[in-house]
Structures are given as C-alpha cells and as structure tokens.
Design a protein around this ligand. Structure first.
Ligand code: FAD
Length: 368
C-alpha cells in the first residue's frame, strides 16, 4: 500500500515511522522543514494541564501514551542517536479551585495526584516563592524535550527505506476522482497514492476545505519564553493559574504559554514576553537573575473540546485525518498514531476509536 502523509510534525513523523515499520510505503510531505511548527514550539509536558477537566476521549489517549512514552523515547534514541530527554520530574499544581474534582479524578486514575503540604512542597522546589501552603502533586508526570523529539523522529524516518520525505513543498490540494482521493498536488504536479492522510496540524482544516469537508480545526497561537537558568533553579513542572514553567536537564527553563485566537499569525508580542517573564519570576524569584534567551510562538491545532479527529473522512474514500490535538499533541501523539495505524491496517485499536471519528462533530464550530 502506498500512502501520502501531509504534514511532518510530531504526528506526521510518528505516523510515517509506525506505518513504515508495518511495511507500508510512505511519502511524507511538508510545506517547510520537518518538525518546525507546533511540535517544535510546544512545551513537551507529557500530560494534559489539569487532566481532570478533560473528557474521557482525551484521557484515554493520554493514559495510553503516558504508559508508552519511555519505550518510545528509548527506541528513538537507539534509532537516531538523539536522546529526546524524557524526564519524569513530576508536575506540581498551585491554586487549584476545583480540588475536590481533581482528587475524585485521581482516585479513579491510579491516584495520579495527591495533595501535599508546605514541607513537601519546599523539599521538592526550594526556590519556589514563599507562602505556598498546599499543592496538588503528580509525581509520575514528565516532560519531553520536544525539539529533540522531532529531531530524533526525523533521523529515525530518514534512514527508513519505505519513507520518502519531501520538504519545502506545500500541498496545494487533493486529487479526487469520483469521490475517491487518489493523490495530492504539489509544485504544479500531482503525486498518486492508495491512501492520503492529513496530519497538517493547524492547517488541516484548510486542506479538507479543498475537498469540501468542514472540519473545525483552527490555529490557536501560543507564545513561550526560555530562561537561560542554572540547573536546580526549577526542578519540576510547576503550573499556576494556567501558566507553567518547565525545567530542561541543562537548567534552562521554559515559561508558557499564551492562548490566542489570532488566525495564522505567528508573530510574538512584547506584552506576552513581559507577562510570561513576570509570571515565571513571581513563581521562582531566582529566575530574575537569568536571561530570557529566546521567545517564540507556535500554532496549536485547536479543536472542539480538544478531542482530535482521527479516522476516515466522510464522503471521500481513502482520505484520513489525524489532527486537532490542540494543547496536547505531544502527549497524545503515540496513542493517536496507534489508533490511526489500527484503522488503516485493520488491527486492534489501543482505545475505542469511535469518539475521534467525524460523526456530527465536523459540523461544529466552537473551539474550546
Ligand atoms: C506554546 C505551545 C505549548 C504547547 N505545549 C504542549 C505540551 O506541553 N504538551 C503537549 O502535549 N502539547 C503541547 N502543545 C501542543 C502540541 O505542540 C501540538 O498539539 C502538536 O505539536 C501538534 O502536532 P502536529 O504534528 O499535528 O502539528 P505541527 O507540529 O504543527 O505539524 C504540522 C505540519 O504540517 C505542515 N503543513 C501544514 N500545511 C501543509 C501543506 N499544505 N502541505 C504540506 N505540509 C503542510 C506544517 O509545515 C507542519 O510541519 C503546545 C503547543 C504550543 C504552540
């Protein structure tokens, strides 16, 4: 079977790797260079933020992926020589208003969260601002250094004989004959395949529009900054009022992120930079002594309730999507890719694929 995958973010590259490992021939096409959009720009927390606030379909994918991530990171390092730095340092959440719901969720999910008091908090994070008396602590949560993850994925598929990578080639449309997709158009030519899979992140909705299919996946900008801090200033992912800091192994600290509905505009703003820096320094005053060495923005593929679209596109035979992972594409990727692989190859899916299908969802427009 010959497959074209449109979009080489974490989802597209992971999908190409998995299909090729199953013996499928893949042409992977990106409008730019592989892994340079949201999958590079994200924070890499391997958990939804405030996981109890998500619906079951998101939790099901996240839970499967979290169990699989170590295996993936080790395999990728072996294949590519690049360590994606999966680090299980835990997630500490401050100022939780819906603590009761959080603890109820935790007791139904292997006690994935517990309340901790002042003494434990400062043992875990000695440099946290003074006066924090309680926190919700998820010790199993980790983060992945996503720019390394995408590099590792690239190296892994680059050496795979069944994967043909085409970069700097924007897919301008789908080739559809009698309601069957038979290929894609790039650079004024068409390439044919048995199946076409759209993994084009925030741009996926536009591609489906060219096939007259309405899928509510829209760009949601997120800005992030990076402090050039020394190791030990921040040791865990710490989340407070929707903003977070993430330590990398070399001491650098990411602070994010904004949630902005501004279309396909990837520009950064001084105001966001200042706000992100102020929030991070308020949490960890020692960050005031570190330089902000980088500031960037990425476009998340926003979808209604953050539930991705994974499966066949109605009305166009052999056309599939795996997109709309919104704020959680890095944590959801392994499970989402496995669900898609199962659907394409007729294998058993790791989770029930039904909630990710189109049904009536394609007609909804609200992105939350
Ligand atoms: C600031 C920020 C923080 C985040 N933090 C986290 C986090 O901590 N944890 C988490 O799990 N997730 C996080 N996310 C979300 C996560 O990054 C995304 O959900 C995920 O990366 C989406 O992956 P993707 O492969 O679908 O999209 P992308 O990585 O955007 O890849 C899509 C690819 O498709 C290509 N493409 C688009 N149109 C075309 C076309 N016409 N032809 C050819 N190629 C095309 C693009 O060039 C791009 O390379 C964050 C995102 C942002 C922006």
């Amino acid at each position: 079977m010959k497959t074209i995958i449109i979009g080489a973010g974490a989802i597209g590259m992971m999908q190409a790797r998995e299909l090729a490992q199953a013996g499928v021939e893949v042409t992977l096409i990106d409008k730019g260079l592989c892994g340079q959009e949201a999958s590079w720009a994200g924070g890499g927390i391997v958990s939804p933020l405030y996981p109890w606030r998500y619906s079951r379909p998101v939790t099901a994918l996240a839970t499967w992926s979290q169990g699989y991530y170590s295996n993936l990171a080790e395999s990728l390092e072996a294949e590519s020589g690049i360590d994606p730095e999966l680090t299980r340092h835990g997630l500490m959440m401050l100022s939780i208003e819906d603590q009761t719901e959080a603890l109820e969720w935790a007791s139904a999910h292997n006690n994935w969260a517990e309340l901790i008091d002042k003494s434990e908090i400062y043992k875990l994070e000695p440099n946290l601002r003074e006066g924090v008396s309680d926190a919700l602590w998820m010790p199993q949560v980790g983060s992945i250094r996503n720019p390394r993850l995408v590099q590792a994925l690239y190296k892994s598929i680059e050496r795979e004989p069944l994967v043909n990578i085409i970069e700097q080639a924007s897919v301008s449309g789908l080739v559809i004959e009698s309601d069957v997709v038979v290929g894609v158009k790039i650079k004024g030519a068409s390439i044919r395949a048995d199946k076409v899979l759209v993994t084009a992140g925030a741009w996926s909705g536009n591609l489906l529009q060219s096939a007259n299919v309405c899928m509510p996946v829209e760009p949601v900008r997120g800005q992030m900054i990076l402090f050039n801090a020394k190791p030990g200033v921040v040791n865990r992912v710490v989340l407070c009022d929707g903003k977070y800091v993430i330590p990398r192994r070399d001491g650098r600290v990411l602070a994010g992120s904004t949630l902005e509905y501004v279309g396909f505009d990837k520009q950064t703003t001084e105001q966001a930079k200042q706000q992100l820096a102020d929030t991070a320094i308020d949490l960890f005053p020692a960050l005031a002594g570190a330089q902000v060495e980088h500031h960037w923005a990425g476009l998340r593929p926003g979808s209604p309730n953050g539930v991705p679209f994974i499966g066949a596109v109605p009305g166009v035979e052999n056309l599939y999507v795996n997109t709309g992972h919104f704020r959680n594409g890095l944590v959801l990727a392994p499970a989402a890719v496995r669900v898609m692989t199962s659907l394409l190859l007729g294998l058993e899916s790791p989770v029930d694929p039904e909630p990710y299908g189109f049904n009536s969802r394609a007609l909804q427009t609200e992105i939350t």
